[in-house]
Design a protein around this ligand. Structure first.
Ligand code: ASP
Length: 351
């Protein structure tokens, strides 16, 4: 059954078994919701959550679906407030009895939004984020299959306690590890370091490992979201752009550094002066792998940058590091305590 109100209702159709779980689905926009617009010359977000749910064959036999339309945006235009609204919606739905919740959105920022939501998600109930690489009218549109797989994952008992999960192409990813690794392919998401959480076969997710290790959820923001710059260190770069960001008012700086956390001699010198003004965090710009901490000793190496007061982000990608720094500062961490807060966050536990 598909119920478009956001309050719990009793299934009206007698053919629905009473034992069906309830899954709440909310839409934020993205390709999954896009239809062609002559005026725009391409597809734009138009479909709401109820229309998306109704387009999925067999969905009503899997769960009682409660739909809510939160936004109709391309995902590059989602902001922190949109995501906090989605988080509040998800919490309310779980409190109202949903076994799990599913958010549909654009895939372009999905690795960021899933991670940001995961930082604050306290419930053992699964919060699933999904989308589509092909719009609904395209041949082989993947949105309906992804939504069905997301709902099946949301109400599967093995999905509990794993935080925010991304379901795309019959594959389940952890928010911490997932990245968009292809701009247009249907197989667009990868979890290069941590590995995928599960794959769906015949509609059932098979998890490859037991309970997930998770960080403690962060307290909700207590202040305005800070501006945290993310700057990529490139060949022939002396860090001028990084300094301009700090001078321009950014409260913290994340450098997507070369290799295991390395920059040029000139960049290293600049970082040495910037760390006395704002927190500086070094992440690796490589597609996978961690920053080192005790391997290289030359000027601009990870050891040198740490000595100059920068923090090393370890396994977290630059995109996710920027969000973690932003969320820590927003939830009340003082700039001077950021290094300790990052280290504490990295202590994973089973929850
Ligand atoms: N290409 C995007 C998508 O997959 C558009 C967006 O992120 O909104 O949905």
């Amino acid at each position: 059954m598909i119920d478009s109100s956001s309050t719990p209702t009793t299934p009206a159709m007698p053919s629905i078994p009473a034992s069906l779980p309830t899954v709440a689905v909310a839409s934020l926009g993205g390709t999954i919701s896009m239809t062609p617009s002559e005026a725009a010359g391409g597809v734009v977000p138009t479909l709401d959550a109820t229309q998306l749910a109704r387009s999925v064959p067999g969905l009503a036999e899997v769960a009682v679906i409660r739909t809510t339309s939160l936004r109709q945006l391309p995902s590059a235009s989602l902001g922190y407030d949109d995501l906090m609204a989605a988080l509040a919606w998800a919490e309310q739905e779980v409190e109202a009895g949903a076994s799990g919740v599913v958010l549909t959105q654009g895939t372009d920022t999905l690795e960021e939004t899933a991670f940001l939501l995961d930082l604050f998600w306290k419930s053992p109930a699964p919060l699933i984020v999904t989308g589509a690489m092909r719009a609904p009218q395209a041949a082989g549109a993947d949105g309906p299959a992804n939504l069905l797989a997301a709902v099946r994952t949301a109400c599967h008992p093995d999905s509990a306690g794993r935080g925010v999960l991304v379901v795309m192409n019959d594959t389940v990813h952890y928010a911490r590890w997932v990245s968009k690794s292809d701009a247009l392919a249907v197989q667009a998401f990868a979890s290069l370091d941590g590995g995928v959480a599960a794959r769906l076969v015949e509609g059932r997710p098979t998890y490859f490992h037991g309970a997930a290790m998770r960080a403690q959820p962060l307290p909700r923001p207590v202040r305005a979201w800070p501006k945290v710059a993310l700057v990529t260190a490139v060949l022939g770069d002396d860090g001028e752009l990084a300094e301009m960001a700090v001078t321009g008012g950014y409260e913290a700086l994340v450098v997507a550094a070369q290799g295991a956390g390395h920059v040029s001699f000139g960049y290293a010198q600049r970082i040495g002066t910037l760390t006395s003004r704002v927190p500086v965090v070094i992440a690796s710009r490589a597609a996978s792998g961690s920053t080192a901490s005790q391997t290289y000793g030359y000027v601009g190496s990870e050891i040198d940058l740490a000595r100059r007061g920068a923090h090393l982000s370890g396994w977290l990608s630059p995109l996710k590091t920027r969000l973690l720094v932003t969320a820590l500062l927003a939830s009340g961490t003082a700039a001077g305590d950021l290094g300790e807060a990052l280290a504490n966050w990295s202590k994973l536990t089973r929850r």
